[in-house]
Design a protein around this ligand. Sequence first.
Ligand code: KIV
Length: 296
Amino acid sequence: MTQISAAQKPAQTQAADSSKALYGGIPGKSSTRRITVRDLTGAKERGEKWPMLTAYDAMTASVFDEAGIPVLLVGDSMGNCHLGYETTVPVTLDEIALLSAAVVRGTSRALVVGDLPFGSYQEGPVQALRSATRLVKEAGVGAVKLEGGERSLAQTELLVQSGIPVMSHLGLTPQSVNTMGYRVQGRGDEDAHRLLRDAKAAEAAGAFAVVLELVPEELAAEVTRSLHIPTIGIGAGAECDAQVLVWTDMMGLTSGKLPRFVKQYAQLRTVMGDAAKAFAEDVVGGGFPQAEHAFH
Ligand code: KIV
């Protein structure tokens, strides 16, 4: 029987083993160093897909780090998922800095990306640099994310020139909910061309990756083919180089109706609710504490 060496195996086969892909930065080798943006560029060159999750606290982040998720985003989705706001708009830089620091402390291998919240970079490149520098110095993030392609060009350029890796976010950009609403972006020729232009502008400005949120699959595929940097899809189909989900959505903790692009991998809301009810029943009925929980 002919032996196929690892180097000859199709990229798909190699990528299928998520314990080897990108984990620790060196495929197939265990390492304790953090993933860098260069590792992600290497993954794109190898045709290797990778997962990204959001995280907002040290304990959850440590679970994802141990599970081998190479990139964790401290997203401004914390507004809806963690802080009880209705949108991402009220989230502050202080909140992102506090929770990013927790996620960095809870991890040793993942690249932690801190989101620049609404109002922390729109004034211009200098404001963006001041905000991003806080996240890098105070929280210890390895990169930042900001929304917009051409409209955030000057910000991206200055951050990258200053040594701060930038992840760009295109398509549905939730910080613009008041002008954009929540709907699929890039439908129709004109919008599709604009999105492709935005993606190329982000790459030219030095961004190391581009999030594509709520974009038609065919357009996301074209953007992915057109760029040398990885695309990270959320509601953008299967052709992106990476996929991101908000952790509370994919673990079944979020209440209410979820977007169609979310796949649930657990039902934490039910698990936690049942556990809380069982505890309450035990306390009321005298089932807890018992002898083994007491001190004498
Ligand atoms: O804030 C966030 O979690 C995000 C992801 C949805 C990409 O921007």
